[in-house]
Design a protein around this ligand. Structure first.
Ligand code: UD1
Length: 364
């Protein structure tokens, strides 16, 4: 739908969400439901950062999300060009749809572009998942998170640690603790999955490791990527590896085969399939931001193939261990640890909607 054809119905508040990547579609779902329940006119703009059907449209169908109202179609390019193009493309819908507030989720280039475009169009930005920090500024996501928090009018934090981080950066007066929309999402997803959703090729009668690898720090250097794949291939427990396009692209450029030894490769999984597979895994090895959180909530032992995490809570009970050295990753993954599921009877998305309405609810 073009911006100008959307109905100008009488409304209390119009919220425009900017999304563009898998983790943002995952977070959008519960917030969209809560905003509609609160009577908000909710418009969704998709930047196009993720565009392959398995990275984008299939997520919409899988998560029962409405089609985006506006698709900017930006796609893959250098980070500078991508952020600039998304900002530029956002301007027309922001000006034409005249939302009261623009909501940005997480820490991707789409998050940064959405927040900067909003404030440059004199619209307030709200950041969902504010205050999350890895304290590693070599990560593009860390720069995105910091910038978005500092330009946003309202920082909605998922955890007390995130609140502390925002207070330490002088942003306490714009911060509210709302809880974790990922926990809301997980609860919603678990209600709909069963073993028929488990990734193809998994033998549920045998223990297996689920692995995901897509961070530039693990994929973009050929030697590093080779040692990661060698370690996974040498596992004595089968490894199921849903391959992100970046992994396929970088492995192919480096002349590295993905499917070898213990590794079975699948296409990128839908969210439901990822959760169905994760909850049956003996362990997960990942460099994702979201998967360690989901593993922690489900009580599945996680090994993070990085030296930092933006979710320190997951380290507290030993459920997640940082293991930047690929050589030790399988041994660490198969450690014996007593993990247990955590509470997902949350209502973070309702708190997001309430915070937005409280702050921006009465338009003149
Ligand atoms: C982005 C996010 C990352 C998030 C991840 C989830 C940033 C800086 N990074 O990383 O935080 O964890 O999404 O998946 O925003 N590609 C395709 N098809 C697609 C999308 C990408 O082939 O639909 C390929 C392209 O070669 C592209 C590469 O993947 O250059 C990387 O994509 P990009 O969106 O830049 O970053 P991600 O690695 O997906």
């Amino acid at each position: 739908m073009s911006p100008s054809t959307r109905s100008e119905s009488v409304r209390e508040v119009r919220v425009l969400s900017v999304v563009g990547t898998r983790p943002q579609f995952v977070k959008l779902g519960p917030v969209h439901t809560a905003l509609l329940r609160a009577g908000v006119d909710h418009v969704v703009v998709h930047t196009g950062q993720h565009y392959d059907p398995l990275m984008s449209t299939s997520f919409y169908a899988d998560l029962a999300l409405p089609a985006p109202d506006v698709h900017l179609g930006v796609g893959s390019m250098s980070a500078c060009a991508q952020v600039a193009s998304m900002m530029l493309a956002c301007e027309a819908p922001l000006r034409e749809l005249r939302p009261d507030v623009v909501v940005n989720y997480g820490d991707t280039n789409s998050t940064l572009a959405g927040a900067l475009a909003a404030v440059k169009c004199d619209l307030p930005s709200v950041h969902v998942e504010a205050g999350v920090r890895s304290f590693d500024q070599t990560m593009p996501e860390e720069i995105n998170r910091i910038c978005v928090d500092h330009v946003s009018a309202l920082c909605l934090a998922p955890t007390p640690t995130a609140v502390q981080n925002l207070v330490a950066e002088g942003l306490g007066d714009r911060t509210q603790l709302v809880g974790d929309v990922m926990a809301d999402r997980l609860r919603m997803t678990l209600q709909t999955v069963d073993d028929s959703d488990v990734a193809p090729g998994v033998d549920l009668d045998r223990p297996f490791i689920l692995a995901t690898v897509h961070r530039p720090e693990n994929t973009d250097d050929a030697d590093r990527l080779r040692s990661v794949l060698d370690a996974l291939a040498a596992s004595h427990v089968p490894v199921i590896l849903p391959a992100h396009p970046r992994l396929i692209d970088r492995a192919s450029a480096a002349g590295l085969q993905l499917e070898r030894g213990a590794i079975s490769v699948t296409d990128p999984l839908s969210h439901r399939s990822l959760i169905a597979t994760l909850r049956r895994a003996r362990a997960v090895v990942t460099d994702s931001g979201g998967v360690p959180k989901e593993a922690h909530l489900l009580g599945i032992p996680c090994t993070t193939l990085r030296s930092t995490t933006e979710w320190p809570e997951t380290l507290a009970d030993g459920a997640n261990v940082l293991c930047p050295d690929p050589e030790h990753v399988i041994q660490t993954a198969l450690r014996s640890v007593d993990t247990k599921p955590h509470d997902i009877s949350t209502s973070a998305a309702e708190s997001v909607a309430a915070a937005i309405l409280e702050r921006f609810g009465s338009t003149p």
